[in-house]
Ligand binder design. Structure first.
Ligand code: ATP
Ligand code: MG
Length: 393
């Protein structure tokens, strides 16, 4: 069994004081992920490396699965570690490790030693040669290939000695908390949870807002969004989800504006309200799951008209992705199954048969004038319905 993990992280360009902050945030997120795992762990941070020591019985699969949700981790390397008890002991340990790890020994390999502790009596190159020799003796099926080995066996000589050969990919990116906070417009669909994940992966903390329209949208539709927020929270940390009652605004638009413009006008008010909440909660931008051309409300013309109500930047990480590509990400991050549950969201009820695909901003604004007597009060009222749900794993 493995007794420790080496955590590798990407973004090597991060330097100096920022690197310190980056590592601290990463450790914090690793702690958050490990809290969900059976067992006792301690995290050590030494000279640009993060190690997790396993201090009790633990569930290997569960631990790896949870570590794979930590943004900023590029690879998780399960490893054995030992005190320095002489080179013969090291040779034995490496041989046992390879034997246990690879039942089938028909593979090519090389040994890569890093001697960070320079007073170790044997030099790296020599260690590589001696360990390689020993392995070939013990397992004649193995073959050396120093250029393109199937297995690279890493030996690190520090205060302790570490041996590993497996690198399990993490999500990459940057640890959440290193890049401010954004407000995700989270619906029950496939795209917006993916958008939230993609922004979280760049180190951004996520708050979310969901507009529901009871009784036109069900309690189950709302629960689905809470569940999605929880799934995103595996990656982003706890998500503060604001649930806003949008019914009256939607009815007013339905009553007073041309039906082919419903979605676009509705979207503009969603953005406006989301921006209000974002400003109050110190979010630096909005995030949506929009992708160019996916539906009528996401043509370039429609996006431009929607965008026009916001002063805050609107980030649309799915913008250039096809539906299939978005689906693939949602499957990878585990939101797909929940996203495709069939509960109506407010957009699917109030849709027109022939929505505009090339809305004109001036025309839209003129039609919004129909709402001028009631809309400000309705927005205030909607903001007062704000129900805060903390979605976490
Ligand atoms: P998704 O799969 O994210 O629901 P979609 O393809 O269904 O997206 P739309 O319904 O047009 O697209 O919505 C576009 C974007 O607007 C969504 O990705 C989301 O960010 C936001 N949005 C739509 N409906 C809501 C809602 N009820 N509450 C909050 N945000 C919403
Ligand atoms: Mg939707």
């Amino acid at each position: 069994m493995f007794l420790a993990f080496l955590i590798k992280y990407a973004e090597i360009g991060v330097k100096g004081k920022n690197r310190e902050l980056f590592e601290e945030a990463l450790v914090k997120q690793i702690r958050y992920a490990l809290k969900r795992c059976e067992g006792e762990f301690s995290i050590r941070r030494t000279r640009g490396r993060i190690y997790i020591d396993v201090l009790s019985d633990y569930d290997y699969e569960e631990t790896v699965e949870n570590l794979r949700t930590v943004c900023g981790i590029s690879a998780i390397c399960p490893m054995i570690q030992m005190q320095d008890e002489g080179f013969d002991k090291l040779l034995d340990a490496v041989t046992d490790y390879v034997d246990g790890q690879y039942p089938d020994k028909h593979f090519t390999f090389k040994v890569h030693t890093r001697r960070a502790r320079k007073n170790y009596p044997i030099e790296s190159m020599e260690i590589n040669a001696l360990v390689g020799e020993r392995l070939l003796e013990a397992f004649p099926e193995m073959r050396v290939d120093v250029h393109r080995p199937e297995v690279t066996l890493y030996i690190e000589i520090r205060e302790r000695i570490y041996v590993y050969s497996i690198e399990i990919p993490g999500p990459g990116g940057m640890p959440v908390g290193t890049n401010g906070k954004a407000m995700l417009l989270l619906s029950g669909g496939i795209d917006s949870p993916v958008a939230g994940y993609m922004v979280a992966k760049r180190g951004v903390k996520i708050d979310a807002v969901y507009f529901h329209a009871p009784p036109y949208t069900s309690e189950r539709a709302k629960q689905k969004v809470v569940d999605l927020a929880r799934l995103v929270a595996r990656y982003s940390g706890p998500v503060y989800l604001h649930v806003i009652n949008f019914t009256d605004i939607q009815l007013a638009i339905y009553e007073k504006c041309p039906h082919e413009e419903l979605t676009i006008i509705m979207r503009r008010y969603m953005m406006r309200i989301a921006e209000e909440i974002a400003k109050k909660t110190e979010c630096l931008g909005l995030v949506t799951g929009e992708s160019i051309g996916q539906v009528a409300s996401q043509t370039m013309h429609s996006l431009a008209v929607t965008n026009e109500v916001c002063a805050l930047p609107v980030f649309r990480p799915c913008i250039g992705l096809d539906k299939q590509e978005i689906v693939e990400i949602s499957e990878k991050i585990g939101t797909y199954e929940t996203s495709i549950l069939p509960y109506e969201d407010c957009c699917t009820i109030f849709v027109a048969k022939h929505p505009v695909t090339k809305p004109n901003l001036n025309v839209i604004k003129r039609h919004e004038e129909n709402l001028k007597d009631c809309i400000e009060a309705l927005i205030q009222k909607a903001l007062e319905t704000d129900e805060l749900i903390i979605a976490e794993v």
